[in-house]
Each structure stands twice: as C-alpha cells, then as structure tokens.
Design a protein around this ligand. Structure first.
Ligand SMILES: Nc1ncnc2c1ncn2[C@@H]1O[C@H](COP(=O)(O)OP(=O)(O)OP(=O)(O)O)[C@@H](O)[C@H]1O
Length: 692
C-alpha cells in the first residue's frame, strides 16, 4: 500500500483492533489519513515500509512488531485508557470486593488495574492473564474486552470493553504529521467534546460527578491550548477551561452558572457567530479567532461549544513552527571547519568547495555512504551568500515515491484525496533564496528525475494540481553514493539530468583512502564521547589503532564514530584489539570462502528482515546438547525467557526461512525441528566472528 499519510495500526487480538479502528473512525481520523489495521499474526505477509506511521497498540505488542518494522518507518506506541463509558457497572460492586482483572497479557492487565484504581474504583484487584488455576474465592471478573479468557467458575463477568487510545496519543498522531489537532481545519476538539458529551449523557449524575469522569474531562479540556466554553440550552455553563476563564474573567470552579456572567460584548460576539462558522471577531479592541459548534445528542441539540483564542497566538504558533523547522532541517549546522581532516587531497577539495560556494552553480557531491557529503553540503551553503536563507535537505532514499512529488513541489488545495485543505508548500519553494540539498539523488524515481530536470532547466516549478509556474531562486547541491554513470548505462538515471547536476563535481574520499584521518577522527570522537558519558579518557592501544587503519571502513566516518561510541561504552581506559572484534577481518566469517560468503548472505537476509537475533536463538536452542528436537511451544517458551515474544505464526515463518536455507529441518509430529550440519556451521562461524 502506498498513499499519502497512511497509518497502520497493529494490535495483538482482532477484538482490540476492531475497537481501535472504530475509535479512530469515530473521531474522524479517516478524513486526514488512510487507516489500515493488522494483528501481529498477519505481519509476516505485510510490508510496512510504505506506511507514514505505524501505530502499535501497546509496549508488549511493540516487541512483536519490532522485527518487522523497517528502520526508517516511524512508529508510535499507544497509551491506552479504560473506556469510561463502560464502567457504570463497576460502581455497583461493593468497595473492597476481591475481583479478578482478566486480560491477555501481564502488562495490559496491570495497566488496567492501575487506571481503574487511579480513577477511584476501590476494589481489591487480582491480575489474571495466564492459564493458572484460579482462586475459587474470587467470583467476579472484570475484563477489558477479553471475556473468553475469564476462568470458568466466575459467576459475574463485567466486560468494560477494550481500552481506548488515550488523548495524548491522538494528539501525538496529529503532531507527527505537523497538523494541530485543535486547529480550525481539523475540528478535532469539537469531536472530542462531542464524544465527551455523549459519555456524560449516558452516565448517571452520580458517576458524572465521580472523580473519574471529571478527571478525563478535565484532562482533555484543560490540556487544550485554546479557550473552551460549553453551555446548554438553558444558557448554563457546563464546561469552561482555564484559558476561557482567564479571558472571560470567570471562576474555574462553579456549578451551573449562567452565561450572563460573561461580559456583554463577548456574549454578543458569541451569539452573532453562526453555528459551524469560524471567524476573526474583534471584541473590545482584541481580535479573537472563534468557532462555534452545536453538540447534539441523538437528533437533539444539547449544548453549544465555543472554542476561541487570541489571534496573535496563532501568529506566534506559526512563528514557533517556522523557527522549529529552522532547527530541524532548514538550517545548515556545519561549516568547513567542522570537516576535520589532515589528508591533503581532502584539504585541497575543501579549498575548491570554498570557492564554488560563492557561485550559484549546481554542485554534485560524490562519495560513499558516511563520508560526510551532507556535512560538506551544509558547509557550502554556510559559506555562500545565501547563508541567511534556508537550507533544505531532502533524502530520496528516505521518502516514499508517492510522497516525494508533493513534498518537493507542493500541491494546490484539493489536488488529490487526502491533500490538506489549504494546499502545501513544497521543499523547493521553502528553499527559495537559499539552497536545496538533494541527497541520494541516485534513488530518485524516473518521474521525479523528469521534474527535477525541468526545474533545473527552467528555474521554476509548478505545484501538483496547479497550473501556475512559480519562479524560483534556489541553489541545488546534490549528492550520491551511487555510480551515476553505471545507472545511466542501466537505464535508471537520465543522462541529461546527470549533465545538469554534474556541473561542479566534488568527491569525498572514502576513509580507507585517507588513513591519516583515522587517528585524528578517533581522537575527536573519543573526546566527544568522554564528555557525553562523563568518562575517563579513552586510549587506543597501538594494535587497536593498527587494526583500525587496516580495516576497509565500508561505512566510513559514520562507522568510525559508531565504533568509538561502542568502545566508549564498553572499555575501561585502554582500547585493545580484542575490543574491536567487529573489525577483525582475519576471522573467517568475512573471508571469501564461497560457502562462508553464502552464510554471510543468509545473515544479511535475516538482519534485513529484522529477526536475526531470533533466528540465532532458535539455532542455538536446537544446537544445545540437552535438546534433540523441539516442538514449537517449547521453543516459544525458550524465546520468551530470552525476552522475545513470538506468536505461533511468527515462529513458523522463521522456521520456514531457516529450513529454506537448510539450517534446520522441520518434521511433522512430535519430533519437531532439528538443526542441520550447515546450521551448526553457521553458529560456529558467527560466534567465532564475534570473538565468542
Ligand atoms: N571530516 C569529518 N569530521 C568530523 N565528522 C565528520 C566528518 N565527516 C563526516 N563526519 C560525521 O560523520 C557522519 C556522517 O556524515 P554525513 O551524514 O555527512 O555523511 P554522508 O556522506 O552524507 O552519508 P550518506 O551518504 O549515508 O547520507 C556525521 O555524523 C558527520 O558529522
């Protein structure tokens, strides 16, 4: 699947999944995002990389999702809360009664108990989430949507329904996409209010006044940045948050006050605003942005919701947003001085870059991954006359193709389903008067290459869905770690684009071709981590340094920095050669015996899929002397003890892959799986390579 702002929601059971999707539907998320849902058992057949966000129903489910989650796919772990609308029945249970809280997993069971206790439900809770023999003296069970797990002898089951996603997570979802949930265009606040009113209507007065509902209501309304006021048909104020009380000079604590407490001019402005309308209104010299909504119950209008805010706040929000963006990627952090080197060719290249910086020409930076291409691009911008204007970085390998066009060129309002109502400024426009850094340009799709070529030729862009050409003054700096000439030969990169980009090429040398820099950078990074970790100085022994100098550094400076970070964590004062097993290429694991290479490829494949550790644990388990063969449930238990939670389906999938590579055999019946000689060799070579 690939679409604009698509969210995948993953949970453990189908019940929970249905409920969570319903909740997201109810508050209107499908208006903004495409929503797809899966249980953990379905993940083997799914690629997550095209989703803009993966929403995971809980911490424990995250541990199951993690192996499938591509490194660049953003995720959020939901905070969940009980469904307050369903807890009426709990209030009938006498205080202090012993009850079971039954749920599927330890964590969700304990969390539900905590939330209920927190909400003032005063019962003697006992968690129940395994198949353990239940206590006969407990006869009431409360469950958040899992009645099938309740022990048989229980006389009364109170199903409070699956736990809902907490408001803080909903707000985080919107924040992730840079949309304010409380902004005039989303109207989410009105929806929250409506759902709260629905709940309050359902509950009796007694519950309404109880601590728990008040708490949830308060936390939502008080946490809103806007001023919120709700009054009913009898003109009685029902809700007034602190922001509203401050602006309107009202007390925050009151019962059924009349709206006539509000000063006349404000009241008139509120009344004059039409329902469903949002507008700037001026009241006694201050401009407010005000919205008005009806809150209905069934067909009946019940209350009126007014949400407002000083107009100047909106300006401030916009300003803050812009300055945040500046910190994020609109700003070049690095200067030439930050490129630390003692290598003559690199020093020479930096000199040339310094001169090129002053021109407006397109620059292409070539170099392997991690050599510092982005650092160089930022330094060029910094040294250019454009340095007071934005530096916008785009990574073609990080954004999905479907998003790329609109991210780069922007779109007009209503350009496609899911487009924001006000349209969207693209990165090229944001970079106007500044520089745009097109990183990993070799990964740009043919469509994007086409459009880039036109921008470079004509220096103007057209937004998606638009018909106007917008002139632009942008300096383009592109970078790639790919051999573009080879891509041209293969037909995946446009030759004409290559010549447009390759006007002034600069090459960042790989670390292995500037060995003098290795000890310099080790010193620099050691100092950095000494400071960060507050640790004693790190000293690399002669052998360790020699090993570093003879290593081929495929990940270049980034890899070197990672290694120094690693030893800064594990070593005392001196770093010995033995502390760097990852670099020891004498070990046969990385040697070029054909079969070992093949084993290395298998490792890579498992790593890419994200479950190398699990596969290794399965092999090690089958390799242990006590085990001749093993069934799946024993294996699941073993993995659980090691901190990996796998469903039956997930285990089957991993076993299938291991057996496809002849590392194990799977036999039907009680015998289960067995490790093969090739599997034993795999473990042996891997452990050797790790110095184990
Ligand atoms: N000469 C240098 N001195 C200090 N730090 C450096 C130097 N070169 C690179 N780095 C650091 O190495 C890391 C990788 O640099 P950068 O992201 O610029 O590489 P890149 O070539 O753009 O990588 P990729 O092709 O993977 O995007 C960064 O943390 C950067 O700060």
């Amino acid at each position: 699947m690939s679409s604009l702002n698509s969210i995948l929601i993953v949970s453990y059971t189908r019940n929970t999944l249905t409920m969570l999707i319903e909740q997201l539907n109810e508050i209107g998320l499908p208006e903004f995002f495409e929503i797809d849902g899966r249980t953990v058992d379905d993940l083997d057949r799914l690629s997550m990389k095209d989703y803009s966000l993966v929403l995971v129903s809980s911490e424990i489910v995250y541990s199951m999702v993690k192996p499938y989650l591509p490194a660049k796919t953003p995720y959020l772990i939901c905070k969940r809360t009980v469904n307050y609308a369903n807890i009426r029945e709990l209030l009938d249970v006498p205080k202090g009664t012993k009850v079971y809280l039954v749920s599927d997993l330890k964590q969700s069971t304990e969390e539900s108990i905590r939330i209920l206790k927190d909400a003032g439900i005063d019962l003697d809770f006992y968690p129940y989430y395994t198949q353990e023999t239940p206590r006969e003296d407990i006869t009431i069970a409360i469950t958040p949507g899992e009645p099938q797990l309740v022990p048989k002898h229980i006389k009364r089951v109170i199903n409070i329904g699956s736990r809902l996603i907490d408001i803080s997570t909903l707000v985080e979802i919107f924040n992730h996409f840079g949309i304010s949930p409380f902004s005039p265009t989303t109207h989410l606040s009105a929806r929250f209010m409506q759902s709260l009113v629905d709940i309050t209507q359902e509950l009796s007065d007694e519950i309404f006044r109880s601590r728990l509902l008040q708490k949830s209501l308060d936390s939502i309304v008080q946490n809103m940045d806007e001023a919120v006021l709700v009054y009913n048909n009898q003109d009685e104020i029902q809700v007034c948050n602190k922001n509203a009380a401050d602006i309107l000079n009202l007390p925050t604590q009151f019962e059924k006050e009349s709206i006539h407490l509000i000063q006349e001019s404000f009241l008139t402005a509120m009344r004059n605003l039409q329902v469903g309308q949002e507008n700037f209104v001026e009241i006694d010299g201050t401009t407010f942005y005000m919205r008005k909504k009806r809150i209905t119950i069934g067909e009946q209008v019940h209350s009126t919701l007014i949400v407002f805010r000083k107009a100047e706040d909106y300006r401030k929000i916009e300003h803050d947003y812009r300055s945040k963006a500046k910190q994020r990627n609109l700003y070049a952090r690095y200067r030439f001085d930050d490129i630390r080197t003692v290598s003559l060719p690199v020093i020479e290249m930096i000199k040339i870059a310094g001169r090129l910086a002053k021109s407006n020409s397109t620059i292409l930076i070539l170099g392997e991954t991690g050599t510092g291409k982005e650092v160089l691009a930022q330094a060029i911008h910094h040294a250019s006359p454009r340095n007071h204007n934005p530096f916008i970085g785009v990574n073609f390998a990080a954004i999905s193709e479907s998003l790329m066009e609109s991210e780069l060129f922007g779109y007009e309002p209503g350009a496609f389903t899911g487009a924001r109502k006000n349209g969207h400024i693209g990165m090229f426009e944001q970079a106007h008067m500044g520089s745009i850094f097109l990183d990993e340009i070799g990964d740009a799709s043919p469509v994007i290459q086409n459009r880039l070529l036109r921008v470079l030729q004509e220096r103007q862009i057209m937004r998606v869905g638009g018909d106007k050409l917008i002139p632009l003054d942008v300096r383009v700096i592109a970078a790639t770690n790919k051999d573009l000439k080879k891509l041209i030969e293969e037909g995946t990169f446009r030759e004409d684009l290559y010549y447009r980009l390759n006007v002034l090429p600069l090459k960042m040398l790989p670390l292995r071709e500037r060995k003098q820099d290795i000890s310099l950078l080790i010193n620099i990074f050691s100092k950095e981590f000494e400071e960060k970790l507050g640790r004693e100085p790190l000293v690399f022994s002669k052998e360790a340094l020699k090993l570093c100098e003879s290593y081929h550094w495929p990940g270049n400076v980034r890899e070197l920095r990672n290694i120094v970070e690693y030893v800064a964590h594990i070593c005392n004062e001196t770093v010995y050669k033995e502390d760097l097993p990852i670099l020891d290429n004498e070990l046969s694991y990385f040697s070029h015996e054909p079969e070992n290479d093949h084993l290395y490829e298998i490792e890579e494949e498992f790593r890419e899929k994200g479950f190398f550790e699990e596969a290794l644990l399965i092999l090690e388990y089958l390799n242990s002397e006590e085990i001749e063969s093993a069934g799946r449930s024993a294996m699941i238990n073993h993995l659980l003890q090691k901190g990996y939670f796998l469903s039956d389906q997930q285990l089957r999938y991993r076993q299938k892959l291991l057996s496809n590579h002849d590392l194990i055999t799977i036999e039907k019946g009680r015998k289960g799986s067995q490790i093969t000689d090739k599997g034993k060799k795999f473990i042996y070579l891997y452990e050797k390579s790790m110095g184990l």
